[in-house]
Design a protein around this ligand. Structure first.
Ligand SMILES: Cc1ncc(COP(=O)(O)O)c(C=O)c1O
Length: 378
């Protein structure tokens, strides 16, 4: 069933129906201001994948934000919102040659890569553009690690940078310390590696044009993290320690920190039951309707129970939380037992906070016939 067929199906009841993500664009603007203040001199490229909704992109375009895009689809979405291709960085290290050519024709001049095959494609289809080699990181300290799939070790990066300089590119170094990174010092080690790579580039008669700090800055989940200002102070100190005083251009690609705290996800309780003596609460939102980041219980949302719009207080009991589909992967939290009101019943709602990132864009278009996760904006 297609998304448009679902949108007109009886399942799509409209109005106040759940599940729904509500995003406050004024909060997105506030997060942009906080990040700008926390990272003085750093150019912010919003990681569009976190929430590619037009309203979010418009808000950020009006604030002069730049962009981290992962595909032609994201390039088009940013253009549609008024963004400038010159402000885009194509951060996906895995690109079809045709997609590189599309981006280059659109005016994108900054790309990331981590393998020689990708560099060769960039030299052919995006000649003369700035290319950033992505170095691997341990991902330690991150709730949602990314190191297993992306990045290359420093010796490989050194050879790739030499090749890129010889091929006439301006060069940079990029990394990502893992998403929802709890340790503000996590940027220090990759910046030390960046400094060593800068010496390699200088030995080729060039210099690093840009350093990309990636994403990783956290949202407010269940386990508290330090404030963005603390992260900014730690990162700024590392930048000056390893690359000062003659800093190259520095950019960052915050996704989660830009939009997560601006959104809440409301879901309805469908069933309360017991399995082997443990209470289970089944919701109308699950892994297939946007809550992919609960896989492995990686991201633990702050959750509030509501009845008729008012907080549901009173005694609680620890429960397992699951989604509505006929798939056993669709269990949200079984290890961590959320304490929820003992009298929770079908029709009550749960509100998941800081759910504006990596939810709607992760939703399937109709698994089990459930409509894609709806988004509302104000
Ligand atoms: C290349 C790149 N940049 C930035 C981000 C955004 O990271 P975060 O949401 O942790 O800020 C991601 C996330 O996957 C990414 O892959």
């Amino acid at each position: 069933m297609t998304a448009s067929a679902l949108a007109s199906s009886p399942l799509d009841r409209g109005g106040d129906r759940t599940p729904v993500v509500r995003v406050d664009t004024a909060e997105v603007a506030r997060q942009h201001a906080l990040l700008t203040a926390a990272l003085p001199g750093v150019r912010l490229h919003y990681a569009v994948k976190a929430n590619p909704a037009h309203q979010v992109l418009r808000t950020l375009a009006e604030l002069g934000c730049r962009w981290d895009v992962a595909s032609p689809g994201e390039i088009d979405a940013v253009l549609c919102a008024g963004g400038d291709p010159a402000d885009m960085s194509y951060g996906n290290t895995v690109k079809r040659a045709a997609d590189i050519a599309y981006a280059f024709a659109a005016g994108v001049r900054r790309f990331t890569f981590d393998a020689v095959g990708e560099l060769n494609k960039l030299t052919e289809h995006a000649p003369g553009s700035t290319v950033m080699v992505r170095i691997s990181t341990s991902g330690a300290g991150a709730d949602w690690a990314l190191g297993g799939k992306f990045g290359c070790p420093p010796d490989v990066a050194a050879r790739l940078l030499e090749q890129a300089v010889r091929a006439g590119h301006r060069v940079g170094v990029a990394f990502h310390v893992g998403s929802q990174q709890r340790d503000p010092q996590a940027w220090d080690e990759p910046l030390a590696t960046t400094s060593a790579l800068r010496r390699v580039v200088r030995a080729c008669g060039a210099d690093l044009a840009v350093v990309d700090l990636g994403g990783g800055l956290p949202a407010s989940t269940l386990e508290p993290t330090r404030g963005l200002a603390d992260y900014g102070a730690a990162i700024t100190a590392s930048l000056h320690r390893h690359l000062g005083p003659d800093l190259p251009e520095v950019m960052a690609e915050p996704g989660r920190a830009m939009v997560a705290d601006a959104g809440t996800l409301d879901t309805e309780v469908v069933l309360v039951s017991e399995r082997s003596g443990v209470p289970w609460v089944y919701l109308d939102a699950g892994v297939f309707t946007g809550l992919v980041e609960t896989v492995g219980e990686a991201i633990r949302y702050r959750i509030e129970a509501l009845r008729d719009g008012a907080p549901l207080l009173g005694p609680t009991r620890p429960v397992v939380l699951a989604g509505p589909t006929c798939d056993s992967l669709d269990v949200l939290y079984a290890e961590h037992r959320y304490p929820l009101p003992a009298d929770l019943r079908p029709g009550d709602r749960l509100r998941l906070h800081s759910a504006g990132a990596y939810t709607a864009s992760y939703s399937t278009i109709g698994f089990n016939g459930f409509a894609p996760l709806r988004e509302e904006f104000r």
